[in-house]
Design a protein. Structure first.
Length: 224
């Protein structure tokens, strides 16, 4: 019954609060089609499966009929220019990552956000140093909830399912962990948690109400 030795983190809603920049970028995209803006919280509920899916959901909600490729390009151009206008790590995230680092827990990042944007955000807030590997949503693996990216990271770290925990905030992260056969730590403070249906929880999840709780929650024995 080994302790957690490999922690794989989601990004948006888990380490960073990116709601406003994502919403502002989506609304800039909508404005280009003459559509009124959508509420920030409504857009936040559409985040989780990658930029293309977000754009499709926003267009559908706004009743805009536009080519997806064109709309996606407009969204990405807007977002590239405002990655960290309002986005910040959740309070306590740097300290939590430092605690895990000092405990010699290997860490990786698995996100559906494109790798270039992910890297820019991590570097801006000096978080890159904590992650040995980063897998983005535009790489060779299918996006979460497909388990491929997580399984690749486990292979890279030589970590078994009993040693690995995925830390995320959404039903997408929950499905990913279940598919890969690893434990899940859900960030209840994240904006994706509101969409996690109670019926999908099995009762064995680790639930964090703040980033500061994650380090202590991972200091538990995991069944092999």
């Amino acid at each position: 019954m080994p302790r957690t030795t490999f922690a794989v983190f989601d990004l948006d809603g888990t380490l960073i609060d990116s709601r406003r920049d994502l919403a502002d970028s989506a609304n800039i995209m909508l404005a280009g089609y003459g559509a009124p803006p959508r509420d920030e919280h409504d857009i936040a509920r559409m985040v989780g499966c990658g930029a293309a899916t977000l754009v499709k959901r926003v267009l559908a909600a706004a009743g805009v009929d536009a080519p997806i490729d064109e709309a996606l390009a407009r969204f990405l151009a807007a977002y590239d220019g405002r990655l960290t206008h309002h986005t910040r790590p959740y309070a306590g995230v740097p300290d939590m990552l430092e605690q895990l680092h000092r405990r010699e827990i290997t860490m990786a990042l698995l996100t559906n956000k494109p790798l270039e944007q992910t890297t820019a955000i991590l570097q801006r807030f000096e978080l890159s140093k904590y992650f040995r590997w980063t897998v983005g949503g535009d790489g060779p693996f299918p996006r979460k909830p497909a388990p491929d990216g997580l399984q690749h990271l486990m292979t890279q770290s030589s970590a078994g399912s009993g040693e690995t925990v995925l830390i995320g905030d959404s039903s997408v992260d929950l499905q990913t962990a279940r598919s890969a056969g690893v434990r899940i730590c859900l960030a209840r403070y994240g904006f994706g948690f509101a969409e996690v249906a109670a019926g999908t929880l099995a009762g064995d999840e680790l639930i964090a109400d703040s980033p500061g709780q994650i380090a202590s929650l991972l200091d538990v024995r995991i069944e092999v």
